[in-house]
Design a protein around this ligand. Structure first.
Ligand SMILES: [Fe+2]
Ligand SMILES: [Fe+2]
Length: 187
């Protein structure tokens, strides 16, 4: 089981905290009895292709959002996040090849997760809506990376890759959430 730590504060009250709240304790979460049976190579390839597609979609999405964004800091951050998602595309592609298969893009796997709203609106309200959709997407990716991690303990290199990507997604989520809080507080 992953340990979810949800800090409460006066400001947030009982509202769900949208980011930066998930902490994974590796020694208890992904070891011993919590570790699931290892996947076959075919199962790994199939899951990796899904992540490969998701990461490619995210590169396109954040690149497009970056170009539409008027705020220079947010624009450059989205550009940087897109570059990190491209690193994820590349490390997943390399892992699929190591497992003896060709990386295969499965099409748009983002739209069913978030709808088509991200990046369509302009201005401050548009930025908040867009970043909230991005947060949902990152949280979905994190959840799926965690589930995959539980099955990947027998494959050290894959295990490390999934951890690294998961932590990057957590950092993206934290920045997006922080920006949303800032814009909602000081529009
Ligand atoms: Fe990613
Ligand atoms: Fe991300």
């Amino acid at each position: 089981m992953f340990l979810l730590i949800v800090p409460q504060s006066k400001e947030l009250g009982n509202k769900p905290v949208i980011a930066g709240h998930i902490q994974v304790r590796p020694n208890t979460a992904i070891s011993g009895t919590e570790r699931k049976p290892p996947l076959t190579s075919e199962e790994m390839i199939s899951k990796l292709n899904w992540f490969y597609s998701l990461e490619m979609n995210q590169v396109d999405l954040y690149t497009a959002q970056s170009k539409r964004q008027e705020d220079i800091y947010t624009s450059r951050t989205l550009e940087r996040v897109a570059a990190i998602e491209q690193q994820h595309v590349d490390n997943i592609a390399a892992m699929i090849k190591k497992l003896g298969a060709n990386p295969t893009r499965l099409g748009d796997v983002i739209a069913p997760l978030t709808g088509q709203i991200a990046g369509k609106l302009l201005g401050l309200a548009g930025t908040v809506v867009t970043l909230k959709a991005d947060i949902k997407l990152e949280e979905k990716a994190m959840q799926d990376y965690k589930t995959f991690l539980l099955h990947a303990g027998g494959h050290e290199e894959l295990f490390k890759l999934l951890w690294n990507n998961l932590i990057d997604e957590d950092l993206h989520t934290a920045w997006f959430a922080n920006k949303v809080r800032e814009l909602e507080r000081w529009p």
